[in-house]
Design a protein around this ligand. Structure first.
Ligand SMILES: Cc1cc2nc3c(=O)[nH]c(=O)nc-3n(C[C@H](O)[C@H](O)[C@H](O)COP(=O)(O)OP(=O)(O)OC[C@H]3O[C@@H](n4cnc5c(N)ncnc54)[C@H](O)[C@@H]3O)c2cc1C
Ligand SMILES: Cc1cc2nc3c(=O)[nH]c(=O)nc-3n(C[C@H](O)[C@H](O)[C@H](O)COP(=O)(O)O)c2cc1C
Ligand code: SF4
Length: 664
């Protein structure tokens, strides 16, 4: 099989299936839009081969390939993608103990290394193993019947095949467990079965871990267990994982077994399978580089490769034959086409926050994207980049945070005359502050893109320009979009005794970052959601002793779980002291600072500075002014609210900017 280029869109479970697991127009249009850009290979979400191998449908729907009713939808999707020069493959998997179903099976009755999937699995009988192998063959045959060009066997990420490979999971004493040759037997028999069923013409790939990093799941585990209501594990295996050395031994055996390519990935828990912003971009290329020394078939690598320049470098230096770019193609469906044309600056870069994609699956069973609000709506909104409307309006956008930037872009795309006013001397709003947090600079990667798009579209950007009554009368807009964000405020009922303060300084979180204020050595951050916890990380990086007081039971709840898990991990490692379920913070005479809980009180040793990072209020004074003038007004982003589950995030700010910009 020849592929057009060395970019793959790897399998990603994204939802968009109907209740019976059949393909919808929504899914077809999502992939068609990515196929139009013509990456060499695309795979849709993994397809389970047996009912027990599928995800709990309450978490994520999957295609029950064993059921004939699914074939028509798959055929439609394949036909749509084949309009373009793309090889479209089917990834086959059995989720084993990670299915989240009531009953689970595995090579042995061993709990998930990260403790996330609570039920003790049943050890598979040899009969069940044989049936499962046949099921892979049957599923492969059906996929090829539906028109897929190739199949990929998912032997990674702690799912069933990966569990057979991994000593920690596989404690069997028959021919499928024990030594290396026995542990790889299940995979080899699956490959054999699939090859016999498909013949020699259809390529077969294997997705496999370069390392389980089994001992690294602890931060994610705690967060995920809380999310799903599982008991938090106290013990984490330190050994028994599948390693690069074992893969290098297996790789030539797979080549010999007629495997056509290896798709390398890592991890058995979410902190690795979908690496967040805290992991280095492209950091796993050393694995494919090593594996390539042992095989002559193509080797693919993935992991935060979001920029074609990095992709080109990896391939150019011979570290991999192909790169799998997943979230990069969620964030920008045209990424490959833009790279092909050399329009690198045109690419809307993924900001690696995982808030729309992997978190979307956990919270809502389907993805969206923080920077690309079209995701999942490709079937509804056909105009990829805006047909011009007949009656152009004069649109004034107040505020150049991400909500205002997106609204201005989308409205200008539709042909409106847009003026974007920003009271500060720079664009980005809070996003610029978010990008100042350690290891989170990429949050700001989207800003140059917006700047470029707005300039291209002829949006008039006025910096250092406050929108007020005078400006409204001067400009006389047909429509005013209020994108003035939110402001931190003093949580008056929560923090008590402010009048007692003698030497403690009080600082607002935004002010601390924006003005790069200095603080004392001992700092209390009030508020432990995303802003508070990130600010705590920022301060501890500056060698401050930091305490965080949070009203709720959890920290950083607005963030995607694996993002949050890494942040919490950093906080723990740096000995930041977190206090949850704090009912109020009391300041007594002599600057004594007390945490008040349901049935206890605790005095903090010493506090020099208090940073307020809990409450925010929408900044909407303009709404009243505009109403008096009778101007049509839309309110977006943080200005429209910050307390809802998704509010107060880049995801919701950009989404509302898009919606309003499109409908002005
Ligand atoms: C430290 C920090 C970390 C964060 N981390 C994350 C994270 O990890 N993930 C996440 O999803 N979200 C995060 N957030 C929240 C996220 O950044 C915001 O929800 C989002 O950026 C809000 O965008 P917005 O455009 O609605 O408002 P803002 O970004 O607040 O932008 C509003 C803009 O309007 C301007 N303005 C105000 N009044 C006027 C006026 N009258 N005329 C002209 N201009 C005006 C302001 O100067 C500002 O630039 C973080 C926020 C902070 C502060
Ligand atoms: C929402 C989502 C769903 C995923 N589902 C799968 C899957 O079904 N099969 C798989 O092998 N990997 C899956 N992955 C992992 C991706 O294939 C990819 O390896 C990972 O996102 C890292 O690559 P990236 O940094 O280029 O996104 C998923 C990732 C995401 C974000
Ligand atoms: S939601 Fe965030 S991490 Fe996921 S693709 Fe979009 S920008 Fe990237």
């Amino acid at each position: 099989m020849e592929v057009k280029n060395r970019v793959m869109m790897p399998a990603m479970g994204i939802g968009f299936l109907d209740e019976e697991g059949c393909v919808t127009s929504q899914l077809i249009e999502f992939y068609s839009e990515r196929a139009r850009s013509e990456p060499g290979m695309i795979m849709p979400s993994a397809i389970p081969v047996q009912p027990l191998g599928a995800n709990n449908p309450n978490m994520l729907r999957m295609v029950p390939i064993w059921d004939d009713k699914t074939l028509h939808g798959l055929e439609r999707m394949v036909a749509a993608v084949h309009t373009y020069d793309v090889r479209f493959g089917a990834q086959l998997l059995h989720m084993g103990i990670r299915s989240g179903q009531e009953e689970t099976v595995g090579p042995s009755a061993v709990l998930a290394a990260d403790g996330v999937y609570g039920n003790l699995p049943r050890e598979m009988s040899r009969n069940e193993i044989k049936e499962c192998i046949k099921a892979f063959g049957a599923a492969a045959e059906r996929c090829v019947k539906a028109g897929f060009d190739f199949v990929e066997i998912h032997a990674a990420h702690g799912y069933l095949i990966s569990q057979f490979l991994t000593p920690y999971y596989n404690r069997r004493t028959d021919e499928y467990g024990g030594d290396f040759n026995n542990r790889i037997r299940f995979l080899l028999e699956i490959i054999h079965e699939v090859r016999v069923r498909l013949g020699s013409e259809i390529p077969i790939g294997v997705r496999i871990n370069g390392d389980d990093f089994i001992q690294e799941g602890r931060w994610t585990a705690a967060e995920l267990c809380r999310l799903f209501g599982f008991e938090e594990p106290t013990d984490f295996p330190q050994e028994g994982g599948w390693t690069l050395a074992q893969l290098c031994r297996l790789a030539p055996i797979l080549e010999e077994a007629s495997v056509d390519y290896l798709n390398i990935t890592t991890g058995v828990s979410y902190d690795h399978t979908v690496p967040p912003i805290y992991r280095e971009q492209g950091e796993f290329a050393y694995i494919s580089e090593e594996v390539k020394k042992h095989v002559s078939i193509p080797v693919v690598i993935r992991g935060r490769i979001k920029n074609p320049i990095m992709a080109d470098d990896i391939v150019g230096k011979g570290k991999a034959d192909m790169v799998a770019m997943g979230r990069a193609q969620i964030a920008d469906a045209e990424m490959v086409e833009k790279a092909r044309k050399g329009d690198i600056a045109e690419i809307r870069l993924c900001i690696a926050d995982c808030r729309g994609c992997s978190e979307g699956i956990l919270r809502y069973g389907e993805i969206s994207c923080a920077v690309n609000p079209r995701v999942g709506r490709e079937y509804l909104i056909k105009d990829v980049e805006g047909g011009k409307i007949a009656a152009a309006k004069r649109v004034l956008v107040a505020g150049a945070g991400c909500a205002g930037l997106e609204a201005a872009r989308r409205a200008a795309l539709a042909g409106h005359r847009v003026i974007l006013c920003e009271s500060r001397g720079w664009i980005g709003g809070q996003l610029r502050l978010a990008a100042m947090i350690p290891k989170r600079q990429e949050m700001g990667d989207i800003m140059p893109w917006y700047e470029r798009q707005l300039n291209k579209l002829g949006v008039e950007i006025r910096l250092n320009t406050l929108v007020d009554d005078d400006l409204l009368s001067q400009i006389g807009p047909d429509v005013l979009v209020i994108a003035t964000g939110s402001l931190p405020e003093v949580p008056l009922g929560y923090i008590k005794g402010l009048e007692n303060i003698k030497d403690i300084e009080l600082v607002m979180a935004d002010e601390l970052l924006e003005e790069q204020l200095l603080t004392g050595d001992n700092v209390l951050v009030v508020g432990g959601d995303q802003i508070g916890l990130q600010v705590a990380d920022y301060l501890s990086e500056r060698h401050k002793k930091v305490y965080v007081a949070e009203r709720g039971a959890q920290f950083a709840e607005k963030m995607a779980f694996q993002d949050r898990a890494y942040l919490v991990g950093r906080i723990i490692d740096k000995a930041v002291e977190r206090r949850a379920r704090v009912n109020s913070v009391e300041i007594l005479a002599n600057d004594e600072v007390w945490m008040v809980y349901d049935d206890a009180r605790e005095r903090l040793p010493r506090v020099d500075t208090i940073v307020l990072a809990s409450d925010r209020r929408p900044n909407i004074f303009l709404a009243e002014v505009a109403e008096k003038r009778g101007i049509e007004t839309q309110i977006i982003g943080d200005a429209s609210g910050v307390t809802g589950e998704d509010q107060g995030t880049v995801l919701s700010a950009v989404a509302s900017g898009y919606e309003v910009g499109r409908q002005v």
